[in-house]
Design a protein around this ligand. Structure first.
Ligand SMILES: Nc1ncnc2c1ncn2[C@@H]1O[C@H](COP(=O)(O)OP(=O)(O)OP(=O)(O)O)[C@@H](O)[C@H]1O
Ligand SMILES: [Mg+2]
Length: 218
């Protein structure tokens, strides 16, 4: 699913966020990215989402080199990726339901299907009873679950998450992680960046450790 070869990302003149980094992730795999602060985890996820271009290296996702996509192709590619980043911007003026359904609307999914699928996914994250609430009326963990629902509503082949359980208590973190495991069990490839060694131990999937932009343990 993902083949990264000799990936480097240089910021400014001398900050290598990633340096000659390589890794492979199989289709349907669940992989944690870990390592100390500043190791390059978020940079790697941003490159995988085409939010940032690498300095050198190859990044193949689903057989295509995503570093060579034209702007229009980037848009199409992003629609196949679900992402949950730390600054999960929910739209404050839209309800929970509208926030999630919006992801389908921009894809041009027929109206009836939009509603059905939005109900399904909100039920799945346990928030159907909050469908008409606004994001600011929700707790942090509930907002995080809405962001996950939004990322998954169009059934992406690949899910990228950057510290999706940051700021959550351990029980809630585990609950959120179980949602990712459930998605993974349907064949979706999942890549989750986290500092939380305890969580990784508990979940028990493969963990790739970065250190100063390099692969430390893979
Ligand atoms: N836009 C940027 N401009 C300059 N340097 C950057 C930029 N983004 C990241 N860096 C640097 O690149 C390195 C890797 O950062 P990155 O955010 O990828 O680390 P991280 O592993 O996600 O850290 P954390 O666990 O704290 O989130 C750091 O040294 C950081 O300061
Ligand atoms: Mg980070």
């Amino acid at each position: 699913m993902i083949e990264i070869e000799g990936l480097s990302k240089l910021y400014g003149r001398d900050v290598f966020a990633l340096e000659d980094f390589s890794m492979h992730v199989g289709k349907g795999e669940f992989v944690f990215l870990t390592g100390p602060s500043g190791a390059g985890k978020s940079t790697l996820l941003r490159i995988l989402l085409c939010q940032e271009a690498p300095t050198t290296g190859r990044v193949i996702v689903g057989g295509r080199d995503i570093t060579r996509l034209k702007p229009r192709e980037v848009q199409t590619y992003r629609r196949t990726v679900g992402f949950v980043f730390q600054d999960f911007k929910l739209i404050p003026g839209k309800t929970v339901f509208e926030n999630v359904m919006f992801a389908l609307r921009i894809l041009g999914v027929p109206d009836v299907q939009q509603r059905r699928r939005t109900f399904q996914v909100l039920k799945w994250v346990g928030l159907q009873h909050r469908a008409n609430a606004y994001p600011l009326e929700l707790s942090g963990g509930e907002q995080q679950r809405v962001a996950i629902a939004r990322a998954l509503v169009n059934e992406p082949a690949l899910v990228l998450a950057d510290e999706p359980t940051g700021n959550l208590d351990p029980d809630l973190a585990l609950e959120i992680m179980n949602l990712f495991r459930e998605i993974n069990s349907t064949g979706t490839t999942v890549l989750v960046a986290t500092h939380d060694r305890e969580l990784i131990r508990h979940v028990g999937h493969r963990a790739v450790t970065l250190d100063h932009g390099r692969l430390a343990i893979g």
